[in-house]
Design a binder for this molecule. Sequence first.
Ligand SMILES: Nc1ncnc2c1ncn2[C@@H]1O[C@H](COP(=O)(O)OP(=O)(O)OP(=O)(O)O)[C@@H](O)[C@H]1O
Ligand SMILES: [Mg+2]
Length: 186
Amino acid sequence: MTQGFTLWLTGLSGAGKTSIAVAVEHELLARGVRVERLDGDTVRQGLSRDLGFSKADRDKNIERVTFVARLLSRNGVAVIAAFISPYRAARDAARRETTGFIEVHVSASVAVCAARDTKGLYAKALAGEIADFTGVNDPYEAPLAPELTLHTGEETLAQSVATVLAYLEDRGLIPAAQPAASEDSL
Ligand SMILES: Nc1ncnc2c1ncn2[C@@H]1O[C@H](COP(=O)(O)OP(=O)(O)OP(=O)(O)O)[C@@H](O)[C@H]1O
Ligand SMILES: [Mg+2]
């Protein structure tokens, strides 16, 4: 059984958490790693559908996710968690309670994220139509000592994913990619 870990992606909406999480999950599955991906959007449709975006509700959301990540990671599963998770204390609790916690700051400026506006939410938030929108009218506490920082405004998705995979490989948490079959071996 491979060693479980919790790859925790934090950052503003539109910074690239889901894109990176999906690509890393895909690659881990291809390498035979048991993986579970937890994403803010799906968790808020299910486990946390009763919660809003006040600080108390955000804390409760991350507390629940941490609980799930703890159960999985201690049983050898590679957990990929993609949550804005704006509060440092809540992320620090996840660090304490899960196995092999790796904090990844998916970093992009509000300007970059607003220009992407993948969900059309920045336009609304900047027009004052959404209260409690992280980075616009709600706080984001950047990690102070993350294991990795990905500057997604300045690198491609493939580059960000490669950085994460290299980090996991270097620590022996995932097997190296199988080399592509060469003409000779066919
Ligand atoms: N290096 C990069 N890493 C990740 N995404 C990138 C990168 N460069 C550009 N992008 C683009 O940025 C967008 C990020 O959107 P994504 O939905 O992944 O953000 P998110 O952090 O999950 O946001 P939310 O919190 O709203 O779910 C995508 O359109 C993606 O293709
Ligand atoms: Mg997302």
